[in-house]
Structures are given as C-alpha cells and as structure tokens.
Design a protein around this ligand. Sequence first.
Ligand code: BES
Ligand code: ZN
Length: 650
Amino acid sequence: MRLSTLVIAATLVPLAACRPPAPEATTEPAPLTATAPAVRDIHSFAEPHLVKVRHLALELEMDFAARTLTGTATLQLDWQDPAADALLLDTRDLTILRAEAGEANDHWRELPFELAEPDQTLGSRLTIRTGGQPALVRIAYRTSPAASGLQWLTPAMTLGGQQPFMFSQSQQIHARSWVPLQDTPMVRFTYEARLRTPPQVMALMSADNDPAAVRDGDYTFRMPQPIPSYLLAIAAGDLVFAPIDARSGVWAEPALVQQAAAEFVDTGRMIAAAERLYGPYRWDRYDILVLPPSFPYGGMENPRLTFATPTVIVGDRSLVALIAHELAHSWSGNLVTFATANDAWLNEGFTTYVEGRLIEALYGRERADLDRVIERNELRREFTAENLALQPLAIAQEALPDPDDNLTATVYTKGAWFLQFLEQRCGRERFDAFLRDYFEHFAFQSISTAQFRDYARLHLLGQDPARVSEAEFDAWLYQPGVPDTAPQVISSRLAAVDAAREAWQAGTELPEPAVTAAWSTQEWVHFLDGLPQALDPGRLAALDAAYQFSGTPNGEIAQRWYPLTVRSGYTAARPALAEFLGRVGRRKLVMPIYKALAATPDGLAFAREVFAKARPALHPITVGSIEAALAATQAPAAVPATPPESANGG
Ligand code: BES
Ligand code: ZN
C-alpha cells in the first residue's frame, strides 16, 4: 500500500488489513480476581522484597578534567525480611572505594563487599555484607569517564564555548552508572544532594532548583517526593534561567535561553490544563532544561526539571507537544510509575494520551489529530511479522533483554490508542474521571500492567460491562497488531497534503509557496512520510530547490529527508547531512539516517567517516546505538524494497 493513501485509507479500512498474521498471546492474562502478582524486575540485581532504599543522600565532587563524580552515597534502608543480611545494589563501571554501616554517634563500621563480573546490559552486582540490618549504609565511590548515564562536554562543544557542560540520562538503567543503588522502578526514595563543582558552572538536579541560585560551586538539593531511580538527574554548565510564569521557566545556555522561553511560553497554560483534567501538579515547580544537541532523547521527564533537546526550538512552537509530553509524565510515570520496563506503555502510552489531550486543550482537536495521524502511520510501518513479540502492550519478559530497546511505537502510539479507544467507548467525561481517580489511587506507587487491568476492570469496565468486553480489552494488552475496535481519525489538513503530493507525483507542479507557507512541521512531515522509499535524484533536487530541505534546522524534517536522499542516491545532500550528524545526537533523529547509509557499501563508508568525526561529541547511548547499526549491517549490495522501520529510538 502506498503511504500517501494511508491517512484516507485509515478512515475507511479497518486496521486489521495492516495487522500482522498469527495473533498469539505472548503473555497470559492474569486471573480476573487476582490482586497484584509478585513482580520481578529482570533488569536489576536488587532484592526489594528483602530490603528497600527509602532515602538517598549524595555528596559528590564534579571533576570536568577527569570526567568523574567522586564521593559518597548514603542509603537509608527499610529492611523487609528479618533474615536478610546483605544489600544487593546495581552498579555499572563504578569504582567502589568503601562500604560502611552507620552506627550510633556518627560512627561508621566498614563492611565487606564484592563487585561481580559485569554483565554487558545490566552492569555489575554489588553485594554488601551488612551482617545485621543497619539503617544506613554509606558507599564511597567514583564514576568512570565512560559512564553510560553521563555525558561530559568540553567548552568547545557548547554554544558559549566558555564553560564545560555535563548532564545525566538515567532512564532506563543508567542511574547505576553514576550512583550505586537499587536501579529498578519498583523502589522509590526521596533524596538530598550536596554537589561541589568548579565555581563558574551552575548545577541543577531533578529536585528543588532555585531560579535565583548563586553560582558558587557548592550546591544543595532536596527532592522530598519519593521517586524511582530512573528519575535521578544532574546537569551542570553555563546555565541561566528565564521565567515563563510564577512556577515555570527555562534553564539554558545564555545564547539560547530567550529563544527557548519564547518557544515554550505556553508551558504555564499546559500545567493549568493538565491540573483541570487530572488533579493537582504535585511537584512544586516545573522548569525545562535545554541541553546541547547531543542529548540522546527528545525529552526526559526528570521531576521538576524536564530535560529537552534544542532541536524542537524551531521558532513557531510547532513541536511543543514534546513539553506537553514531558509535563504529562508528572502524572503518568512520575506519580504512577511502571513497575518494570516491560510495562513501559503504562508510562509512555498514558503520557502520549495525556499529551494529546493537552494539545487539544490548548490548540484544538485539529492540531492534536495531526500528531495522532502521523504517529499511527509510523506505527503501521513499524509493525512487521518480524517484531510480533514487541507488539502487545504487555510484552513478555524475554522479549526485552535490553530495556533501552522498548521505545517502540507500540508503547507510545498503541498505548495511547488503547486509551483513546476506552475514552470513545466509555465517554470522555467518565473516562476523565476514571483517569483522575487512577492517578490519585496509585499516586507515588509503581504498578504492573496486571494491576492496571484489575483496577480498570473494577472501576471502568465493571461499571458498564456492555461498553467494552473483556475480550476487547485484553486484545489490546496481549495481542500483537492493532485491534479492529481502534477508533480512527480523519485530518482534512493532512488529506490536503496527500492531494498535493499525489498531484506532484502524477506530473503536475509542486504545491505553490502560497499553499505551503501555511504548512506547519506536521504537514511537511506528512508530505515526506508519504513519498516512495526512493525517488529519482532529479526529483529530489527539485524538491530541495523549492523547499530547502537540506540544511533544515527542524529535526523532524531532517530525520525523514536525509534517509530519503540516501535511499535515492541524491548525494548533493551529503554535506548538509554530514553537518546534521556532526551536530545532533538525538537517537530518534540520527538513527534512521545511519541505518539508511549502512544499507550500501558506499553509504556505509561515508557513515563511518561521518561517525568518526561526530563521535567525540556524542553521548555514550547514541554512540552505542550507532556502533550497533554500523556493525550489524554487513552492507547488502541492494537497498531492500521496504527497509524495516526502526523503533522510535527516542
Ligand atoms: N521517558 C522518555 C524517554 C526515554 C524512554 C528514555 C525510555 C529512555 C528510555 C521521554 O518521556 C520520551 O518519551 N521522550 C520522547 C519524546 C516524544 C515522545 C515527545 C523522545 O525523546 O523522543
Ligand atoms: Zn515519555
């Protein structure tokens, strides 16, 4: 099926037509009456059923020259099992200097410990032999310059060029590379921190940042709400603050901060809209930290301080759904948290649903529907017969060896679509009340898909069983593909884009500047998404001349245009493409380009050259993804007819 017809087709043809064959449940539904089954997180060495960390106190020294954090982590413990006599923690590439138990009168007793051989994905298990059950355990440690959860930038890699920069990305399991802890979302703790940095840099954490803080190289933080480890965050650099309103604002390098504050000016209205729908914002301030373009994701919902890529600052606020998304996590994710990465849809699907509702509340349904159509088309391209195991919302544990691989359209788009289905069947008013109660009921807890299912059966379906049958409900959770019951969306604005594109392909002129002047990022994205896999290079040259795609500062356009130029052999775009890959490190934007390049020997050689240059300024997570893509591809001679769509990739 040609993609250009998909939007229109989607409104007419049930999605079953696109559904992969052989739907087979990959996870057994929990028994109907079950309370929460014991959940185990296979991505952590911790044993929270024996002991839980309740509070973390960090004292760290930041060394930009050595690219290390050195200091202590003091864990306050809540022992669960009287027989337990050891504390198992997650670490990765940490040097453990000492472990001690806190005793009376500030006396510390040294404890024996062992660091196991590292597992490539999970890192090293740290076993501390506590003997008894001390309330406090203090670990002295140092991070590695290669810590997977930290990126260190030299001044030359920043906008201002004067100060160094560093930032963390803890989700999914990278907190363990900068703090020894129980790195599983099943455990929540409050934290405090004291950080010493060079005096000229400003340090921030996912905590009570003070917009008026004085730069002096000695900073203290408190996070009084209990959070899971993946929400621990830290950043430092030449960062200044610009307010948006009384409880929100932007931190960024001086050269970008005003532009960022203007782009995100609607943040306060978004918070207000979210509170009207889902209850109070429970985290005090909501600020946004704009990171260097090497940030490997679009956004990260670090509590009180969303981390964001600068690639969404495009001047027309067309990509502020990213802020709506990260803000929405303040309810879905940070307040009610998935128990394991296998339940990722509870975070990302709910959040994508709420994001859509916020965009609708601020900018209207038509605008929200643009994103929905684009995302659902992406989902259709992503679902293939090869990835059936990753298509149910509740995925089996063995389907996800590396939790960083669960940024699929399944968890985001199918997850949101499921909630849109429930909303449609139950009515918006009832469904809104249900979600509000859900956030309240599970506030500050980590839950599994089975717990959500039990809760929904009782409080949503049970109220009016005729509206959604159990089988319909479970099909979304446990079957691959998208059920026939999925509600469809029509976007007349995108249908007009389809018409313009098809007319051009049929031989008439390109759409007039008078028409395209009114197009937003979403229309351009849809225009590009609907083109064939490859075009005649001359046709691409005509497009490029008309619309200046090469060199675009807009990441959403770049991540679609450059792979198309690669597949089409339009090499004139290569300098601009290389510039983009040299500057931007957001995985979702760069991976499609590297994968397209890696499909031919010549492209692969070019990709290796570009990567070698870009690499020093890239984040370890992005480096890992690119290395895997370039190594996995033994450069087949021909371009596949339909290259497999990648997962969201962040
Ligand atoms: N929490 C995610 C980012 C994430 C997920 C990092 C899993 C590591 C593992 C964040 O909220 C997110 O979804 N970011 C998206 C934003 C987009 C959907 C608006 C991204 O980075 O692309
Ligand atoms: Zn998210």
